[in-house]
Design a protein. Structure first.
Length: 287
């Protein structure tokens, strides 16, 4: 999230929950926001800290609000989670199952936490549509090839209604579509012999390739970046680590990574230098 206007946004968030500011109990927020698929339930980590010398018992509640650059709006009433007793100096670690709303595009939310009549803190959430992988169908013009030995990708493509060719070692050399996704592979032993040469020939014919490789057993990875793009012939090969697309079925970030790797291999997107801006005065530097 951009930090511009962060203090103003927090002020608006807490205007929705006019409770006494809590010095006793505090929501310990992670450095990274939560990412989840809309229209599903997923677990959210909860950390509550008691910074006092006395035990505190409070009824914990939460409320989901949608945020834009200038406004925030509740999308549901406040919900009671549980009554929690926190000992002096203790940090309670727990999880809560949250039902996220369905969205058509990636949308910014906050979860507002309260304990009794006290504010505890906020957790930042980005909710994503379940159709993220449909972009693979668009960029491949409906002619996508996959080599999916562990059946991690194919069920997701079927669920998204995407047409694809399931390739084996023999079919790979005759594939003439614009995009191939190879992997994820659990180990180097899962990869067909001579796969690197097949990939080189595909790229030289102009086919873009996303090659998802395991770290174990591949010596070149000790000297190369985790994810990188290679141009050869008329096509591009994006070599991606399994770490970058881990838990494809439940991770929006993994699916976003896969789509972006495909766009980079196809030349539809270019890697740009990072842009930084100073944090506005009053921003919480710990988030």
């Amino acid at each position: 999230m951009k930090r511009r206007g962060w203090g103003k946004l927090l002020t608006m968030l807490w205007a929705l929950a006019p409770f006494t500011l809590a010095a006793q109990l505090q929501m310990v927020v992670g450095e990274r926001p939560v990412h989840a698929f809309g229209g599903r339930q997923s677990q959210m980590d909860v950390r509550i800290r008691n910074s006092t010398a006395a035990a505190i018992e409070a009824e914990l509640s939460y409320q989901l609000v949608q945020a834009s650059s200038s406004t925030v709006a509740p999308i549901a009433a406040r919900k009671v989670w549980k009554t929690l007793r926190v000992l002096p100096g203790q940090t309670v670690v727990d999880t809560i199952l949250v039902a996220w709303p369905e969205v058509r595009a990636t949308t910014h939310f906050f979860v507002l936490w309260t304990g009794g009549d006290r504010r505890l803190g906020t957790a930042e959430v980005w909710i994503h549509p379940q159709s993220l992988l449909s972009e693979l169908g668009h960029v491949s013009q409906g002619n996508l090839g996959i080599l999916d030995p562990n059946r991690e990708l194919s069920p997701l493509l079927k669920k998204a209604g995407l047409h694809y060719q399931d390739l084996d070692g023999r079919a790979l050399e005759t594939f003439d579509g614009p995009l191939v996704v190879l992997g994820p592979f659990a180990s180097a032993k899962q990869m067909p012999a001579g796969l690197d040469e097949e990939i080189r020939r595909l790229a030289q014919r102009g086919t873009a390739v996303v090659w998802i490789v395991p770290a174990a057993g591949l010596q070149p990875l000790e000297r190369l970046p985790k994810d990188y793009l290679v141009r050869t012939g008329g096509g591009g090969v994006f070599v991606a680590s399994t770490e970058s697309v881990a838990h494809l079925h439940e991770s929006p970030l993994a699916q976003q990574n896969l789509v972006r790797f495909a766009r980079l291999a196809l030349g539809l997107e270019q890697v740009a230098l990072p842009k930084f801006s100073p944090s506005p005065e009053g921003a919480d530097s710990s988030r």
